[in-house]
Every structure is written in structure tokens, then in C-alpha cells.
Design a protein. Sequence first.
Length: 146
Amino acid sequence: MPTLIHRRVSAARNGVNPFVISRLSSGWVVIGDHQVVHGYLLLLPDPVVSDLNQLRLSERDCFLHDMGIIGDALIECTGCERVNYEILGNYEPALHAHLFPRYPSEPSDLRLRPIWFYDFDAAPKTDVNAPETRRFIEDMRAFFLR
């Protein structure tokens, strides 16, 4: 049965995934459904595989390299202090990477903890048509076009 990751990659390929920011060598950069922190992104591999170890070494290098490039873009475009990178795949058993910008302005009881301590259900849903989101997406796209 296809996972959410499979469906999102298929929609990206077909040009109907509104969360797509850019296509990189290893897959798709998409904005997270909920912005638990401003700039939360994911890297979805194309083609989809079950986990990192299912990629050939060259594909694995490419995926991890793309994660780092996305992190560079997040640092430049958001002014964040650092980026947390996470590959989990427990709930959605298909490779995908979460990238979370981290800010000194986060609440002190959460700032140094894993992002999963935040209440994702309470986080604002991403509105890809909101002016701030459009600006962020365009800034990210401009970074990748360099």
C-alpha cells in the first residue's frame, strides 16, 4: 500500500503538490503541513524507497548532500541558529527527511529539546498562499537556482 510519502511524490511529479518548493537531484523539497517552527521542510526521495539503506551508495550520498544544501538554504533564508535533521520513517515507512530550523527565540523549555516535544496539532497549518509563506518559498527557490 502506498504511503503518504508515495502519494506526495506522485503529486509532485504531476505538478499538483502545492507544498513543493523545488526539485533537487535526490528528490523534492516540500514545506511541512504544520509550521511548528517557521521553515519546517521535508526532503522526499524520488523514487521513493523504504529507507536510506535501500539507496545505492551514490544515491545515498546525493540524498544526504541535498539535505545539507537545504540546511544551507534554511540558514540563509530564515536566519535560524541551526538546523535539526531527522530521518525517522516509523509512522510512514518510506524514506523522508525532516529539516527543522531552530531559533534562539524558541521557548526556553523547548529550545534545546527535540522538536517532537512541540505540539504539532496546535501548530498553524501551512497556508501556501499566505504572503509570508509565498515569500519564504520564493526565497528558497532563488537559493536553489544559484
